[in-house]
Design a protein around this ligand. Sequence first.
Ligand code: SF4
Length: 508
Amino acid sequence: MTQKLAHADDRFHDECGVFGVFGHPEAANLAYLGLYALQHRGQESAGIVSSDGSDLHLHRAMGEVEEIFQPSVLAELPGSQAIGHTRYSTAGDKALLNAQPITIDCNKGKVALGHNGNLTNAAEWRRKLEHRGSIFQTNSDTEVIVHLIARSQARNLSGAIGDALNQVEGAYSLLVLTQDELYAVRDPRGFRPLVLGRLPLPTGGEAWLVASETCAFDLLNAQYVREIEPGEMLRISKCGLESIHFAPQKPIQQCIFEHVYFARPDSIIFGRSVNESRETLGRVLAREHPVEADIVVPVPDSGVPAAVGYALESKIPFRMGLIRNHYIGRTFIEPSQAIRNFGVKLKLNPIRGLIEGKRVILVDDSIVRGTTSRKIVRMVREAGAREVHVRISCPPTISPCYYGVDTPTREELIASSNSPEEIRKFLGADSLGYVSLPALRQAVNDTEGKFCTSCYTGVYPTDLVQLEVRESSGNAPEMKKDLKREGTNGDTTDNAFMEKPVAVEHEG
Ligand code: SF4
């Protein structure tokens, strides 16, 4: 049986990555390299739109950045402005039509959009807009923004973008390209990251870059300038940079999980080194959940920095006891005769000589359904470990994300209905320890409550979370629930909502 590997690995799935270039003669090539550095944020489709000053040129395809953007394709993307997008789609939707950037030709001119995040009131807006005659080409929430921009009465594009975004709710780090302007916009709560960079040109002057993560600048030898602020629309044109604050201030809610898992450890996210946060989480884990053991082994790759921190703090030797295969294709053929732990073995293999006879501390960044973690624990035992102690560098994930991260339903999250002790038994581990929420906040230096932690608390910062609920028998979204949410500092939530996945497409 051929299976899609990405859906078989029981991990949280990355969101989307965006990259923009303004004022460089090789804009599309730079966008390609930028997306290459952001590939971890989405591997299912990618697209680049370039502008040569009079027209927009688009190429989107399914697949990874390297396979899509061959030299002949990049040669068809002329101009000194470009935006790119790499996308992870939710289960069941891999359609090319949902790939981004999206382009439109409206009364504001030719416009292309690339979006990282998820709108929580997209379903309501889609219904309203369809009622008023808008025809949707995709099932992505980003298209709601496109229609709202096109319908805005504002005289210029920045006004129309502001108009549109003031009507939607949720998470967006958005790039908008026109023939001669690049807009970089972040939602007022700042859920998803977006950073500004500068690349000096050999001929003098400079190009401006915008990216989901700073690791994309490093690849291009560009300088990291600053974050796009929450609620800021940065307009980049030949006249320079113009910062527009398009929305009333809201409490900042940066995604803490970017620091735990999503972002690359070599990136600066929300003004802080991701690697530093992860090592600190490992140190905290060692202090909160010490245990006598012989070696600390990370679940590679994402568990490595936290395992380093745990080893440094506990003074227990760090060993790469599990080796990851980086060259797995997008699909695999499952043998007809079941092989134990098959899916996990494709990705990870233990080094028996390091593990045999040892008491092992196994460090990972999260547990989703628990099925993969259980297989890894079994694999380590089969390699001869005497004891296996699992340590997780974040609190138990009890609730889904509605802000651009693909999570399973609440029921599927093992920690939503099981205590750590029950999870330990399920994993077959000798002990299990999670980082506490206060320690997680400390590790990212969140002294002012500026981070979203909703997947650990079940309390959402947006006032209204709208979910399309699928009827159990069919695929069509039939019913919508409007769910009141208190802010993160509020006491109450309506827990009646915890049902099925969001049907409106996560744009990552
Ligand atoms: Fe990030 Fe979790 Fe908040 Fe989603 S719910 S934005 S994953 S912290």
